[in-house]
Design a protein around this ligand. Structure first.
Ligand code: NAD
Length: 354
């Protein structure tokens, strides 16, 4: 089916209000998820709603929690998300970072105990819109691992996202925002629900053989998701685990820590004002000259153009704002079931979806 983004946001917001969230919290969380769909990341869009409702009902997602500062050393701040919606505590932590960068030029924020932060680029884009550079190292815990280290056949990590954003004058920022696994786990879920295969090189089965079948992640016998780029992707995933998880969250995937079937993200975020270095104008001049230079290469066979990071998301958004957001039947039925489970009346579901 195809659904309009505004209508989808209002429906998802109503589901979260039924789950006990304040209207503004529900709206912000729904907006983040729908924006992920608009930007082409269905893996981190409204398809996450059933998981959020499951965790909310299990008490591992607190719909009323907000970011709480637990240590403030000026430019370095430790914030506890108290297992609130990641979309809320992540935005609150980013807003604190932007305020501090305006005062001090630099902010290093550790956000621990956030429920799923969703699309990490959302936070980088807030910093980018304010004219700042930002870097994000995130780990993912609270459940069994799914990602194997390079040269290993057993899962030891999760999809640990990394994000880096560079601001541009009069333009959307450059946004590199990615899972460190070969593909995001949510993309395996979307393929599983749509009964499709995943691309080559992403999954291995329980015997370590390459496979395109997403069932190895959701059914027994279990396979694993590999890192992107062999040892390099694994290395970055490991750093996200140590910096986001070990340093900030004090909670990594190692087996002494709890795994209760929920999703917890810890994030190390460094935000800085380019004026701290050579100054805004010179930086912007190098950024735009470099974009021109990179895009001046001849285009390789099978491609239409050279893009800069963040460009595919902008193209997707333009398309989906006009042509609506596609959602497969399994994912849509799971969202409807989640709405019923959390107590929405059928007449309200119909009013918001038909
Ligand atoms: P992806 O592979 O689609 O894109 C990764 C990056 O590459 C993006 O910055 C994109 O703009 C860029 N890119 C894509 N195609 C390009 C091209 N042709 N030329 C130039 N640049 C290009 O993203 P992904 O790895 O599937 O991650 C999807 C989302 O999942 C991200 O938003 C990430 O934050 C999120 N995520 C979140 C969690 C979590 O626990 N919260 C975990 C993993 C991933």
């Amino acid at each position: 089916m195809l659904i309009d983004s505004e209508k989808l946001q209002q429906f998802v917001s109503a589901i979260f209000v039924s789950g006990g969230a304040e209207f503004s919290v529900a709206q912000e969380t729904a907006k983040h998820l729908v924006l992920a769909n608009l930007k082409g990341h269905d893996s981190h869009g409204v398809g996450m709603v059933p998981t959020y409702i499951q965790n909310l009902r299990a008490g591992t997602l607190n719909p009323t929690a907000h970011a709480k500062t637990i240590r403030d050393s000026g430019s370095v701040i430790l914030i506890d998300g108290q297992f609130g919606f990641g979309q809320i505590v992540g935005k609150e932590a980013t807003d604190i970072a932007v305020t501090r960068v305006k005062e001090n030029g630099l902010a290093c924020i550790g956000l621990r105990n956030a429920h799923h932060l969703g699309r990490i680029g959302t936070y980088g884009e807030i910093a980018g819109a304010a004219g700042f550079v930002s870097m994000h190292f995130v780990n993912v815990v609270g459940h069994e691992p799914r990602v194997s280290p390079y040269a290993g056949t057993e899962a030891r990590l999760q999809t640990n996202p990394f994000c880096c954003v560079v601001p541009r004058d009069r333009n959307e920022p450059i946004v590199l925002d990615m899972a460190t696994s070969a593909i995001a786990l949510g993309k395996v879920r979307v393929a599983y629900n749509a009964k499709k295969e995943v691309p080559d090189g992403a999954l291995v089965d329980h015997e370590g053989n390459p496979t395109n079948d997403p069932r190895v992640i959701y059914e027994k016998p279990s396979g694993t998701l590999g890192p992107f780029g062999k040892h390099k992707g694994y290395g970055l995933a490991f750093m996200c685990e140590l910096l986001g998880g070990g340093l900030v969250g004090e909670w990594t995937m190692q087996p002494d820590n709890q795994r209760v079937g929920t999703i917890v993200n810890h994030m190390l975020m460094v935000v800085l004002d380019p004026d701290l270095f050579g100054g805004h104008a010179r930086f912007q001049s190098e950024v735009s000259s470099m974009i021109d230079y990179v895009q001046s290469t001849q285009v390789a066979a099978g491609h239409d153009k050279v893009r800069i990071p963040g460009e595919p998301e902008l193209e997707s958004m333009e398309d989906r704002l006009s042509n609506k957001i596609p959602i497969d039947n399994t994912s849509w039925n799971e969202i409807l079931d989640a709405a019923k489970l959390i107590g929405m009346q059928p007449k309200d579901i119909d009013r918001l979806t038909i």
